[in-house]
Design a protein around this ligand. Structure first.
Ligand code: NAP
Length: 361
C-alpha cells in the first residue's frame, strides 16, 4: 500500500505531440500533476480504456487546430476513463487509499497520475466495487455514461417502471453492449432488440438482447415490414453508431407516438463521412436540421464532451450495478500504456467488440 501512495515528482504519460495519426502519441516523463485546491484529489491510475472519441480528438475532429489547442493545451494527454487508487483526497468525500473509477470531463487519463474534481458536474467518480478489477472498472465509465444518458436521461427508462421496449443500434460496441446489459438487467426492459453484425449476434444475445438484427445479412430499412408485430411498439430507439435511417425511415414506424429516438453519434454525411467530420457549412446545415428535429419531435442527441452526460448520477449507479452483477463490461483486448497507439489503430477499425483496456501500473 505504501508504494501505491507515494507520489514521485515525475511520472509517465502518453502525450499527443501534434494532432494527426496514432504515431503522434509518445510516452513522456511529465511533472506529476498535483491538486491545487481543496476538493481536488490525486488518483494513481491503474487502468484506462479507449473510447473512439479519443482518436477523433487525436485527429482534431475536423476542427481548426488552434481551437483544439485552446481546449486541450499544446501537447495534451488524452484519455477519459480512469480506475485507480486515491493518493490525496483533501476536501472530498473520498479517502486516501480508496479504490475508485470514473470519467474525466475531457482528457488526462493516459497517465500514471490524474487530478480529479469530484464536485465538477462533468466529472463522474465512484468507489470501485471489490468484485471487479481495476482494468475491468476502467472499461465502464465514459461508455457507460453514454449508455446511461441514452437509456435513462433521454430515453426515460427507469428501474422503478420496468417493461420498456427498446431497439439498440450497435449492440456489440463499447456503448452498445453496456446499453443492452443496462436495459435488460438493470432497467427491466421487456424487449431488447440489438442491431450488430452477424458475427457478433451471439455476443449481443449474451449481453441480454432478446432478438438480434444482423445489419450485414438483413436489410435494416425493411425492419418494419419484416417484423409487423413491432409496429409502433417501441418506447426507445437508441442509436450508438450514427445511422440516420433509423430516424428518417424507421422511427415513425417502430416507435410509439410518445417514443424517443436518442443518438450518441451524429448522422453520417451523404458521402458516408462521420458527422463530426463535415466542414463548417455542412456542420451549420446539420446543426440546423438536428435542432429542428429536436424542437419538433422525439429526436435527442447526446452531447457528451459538451457536458451533456449525467456524470454524478450515472457513475455511482453503474458502480452499484457492477457490484450487483447486473453489468459486466467486455474486454476485447488489453495493451500497456506504452502501446496506446496500437490500441487506437485497433479501435479505428470500427470492429471493437466491447472495449479495449489499457494497463498502467
Ligand atoms: N455523443 C457522445 O457524447 C458520444 C459519446 C461516446 C461515443 N460517441 C460515439 O458513439 C459511437 C459509438 O461509440 P462506441 O464506443 O460504442 O464505438 P465502438 O466500440 O467502436 O463501436 C464499434 C461497433 O460499431 C458496430 N457497428 C459498425 N457498423 C454498424 C452498423 N452499420 N450497424 C450497427 N452496428 C455497427 C460494430 O459492431 P458490428 O461489427 O457487430 O457491426 C462495432 O462493434 C462512436 O462514433 C463514438 O464517437 C458519442
Amino acid at each position: 500500500m505504501e508504494d501505491t501512495l507515494t507520489v514521485p515528482p515525475i511520472s509517465a504519460a502518453m502525450v499527443l505531440e501534434d494532432f494527426g495519426g496514432a504515431d503522434k502519441l509518445h510516452m513522456a516523463e511529465v511533472p506529476t500533476p498535483l491538486p491545487a485546491h481543496s476538493g481536488e484529489m490525486l488518483v494513481r491510475v491503474h487502468a484506462t480504456s479507449i473510447n473512439p472519441i479519443e482518436w477523433k480528438m487525436r485527429e482534431g475532429f475536423g476542427l481548426p487546430r488552434f481551437a483544439w489547442r485552446r481546449a486541450l493545451g499544446a501537447k495534451p494527454i488524452l484519455g477519459l476513463d480512469f480506475a485507480g487508487t486515491v493518493v490525496d483526497a483533501r476536501g472530498t468525500s473520498f479517502a486516501r487509499g480508496d479504490a475508485v473509477m470514473g470519467a474525466l470531463p475531457l482528457h488526462g487519463a493516459y497517465a500514471e497520475y490524474v487530478v480529479v474534481q469530484p464536485a465538477d458536474p462533468r466529472t463522474g467518480v465512484a468507489r470501485k466495487p471489490a468484485e471487479i478489477s481495476f482494468e475491468e472498472a476502467a472499461l465502464m465509465p465514459f461508455a457507460g455514461l453514454v449508455a446511461y444518458a441514452g437509456l435513462v436521461t433521454h430515453g426515460r427508462m427507469s428501474a422503478s417502471a420496468p417493461g420498456a421496449r427498446v431497439l439498440i443500434v450497435g449492440a456489440s460496441g463499447g456503448v452498445g453492449h453496456l446499453a443492452v446489459q443496462m436495459a435488460r438487467h438493470a432497467l427491466g426492459a421487456a424487449l431488447v432488440v440489438g442491431v450488430c453484425s452477424s458475427r457478433n449476434a451471439e455476443f449481443a444475445k449474451a449481453c441480454g438482447a432478446h432478438e438480434v438484427i444482423a445489419h450485414d445479412t438483413e436489410s435494416v430499412a425493411d425492419i418494419a415490414e419484416r417484423y409487423p408485430q413491432w409496429a409502433n411498439s417501441f418506447d426507445l430507439i437508441f442509436d450508438t453508431i450514427g445511422i440516420d435511417t433509423y430516424y428518417s425511415k424507421l422511427a415513425r414506424r417502430l416507435l410509439r407516438p410518445d417514443g424517443r429516438f436518442v443518438t450518441a453519434a451524429l448522422p453520417q454525411s451523404v458521402d458516408g463521412r462521420p458527422g463530426e467530420d463535415v466542414n463548417l457549412l455542412g456542420g451549420l446545415v446539420m446543426g440546423a436540421k438536428l435542432l429542428w428535429r429536436h424542437a419538433t419531435g422525439r429526436y435527442r442527441l447526446i452531447t457528451g464532451l459538451l457536458g451533456g452526460l449525467p456524470s454524478h448520477e450515472g457513475v455511482p449507479a453503474m458502480a452499484q450495478w457492477l457490484k450487483a452483477g447486473k453489468l459486466r463490461p467486455h474486454q476485447s483486448a488489453s495493451f500497456p500504456l506504452s502501446q496506446i497507439a496500437e490500441a487506437h489503430r485497433l479501435s479505428e477499425t470500427g470492429k471493437t467488440v466491447g472495449k479495449i483496456s489499457i494497463r498502467i501500473q
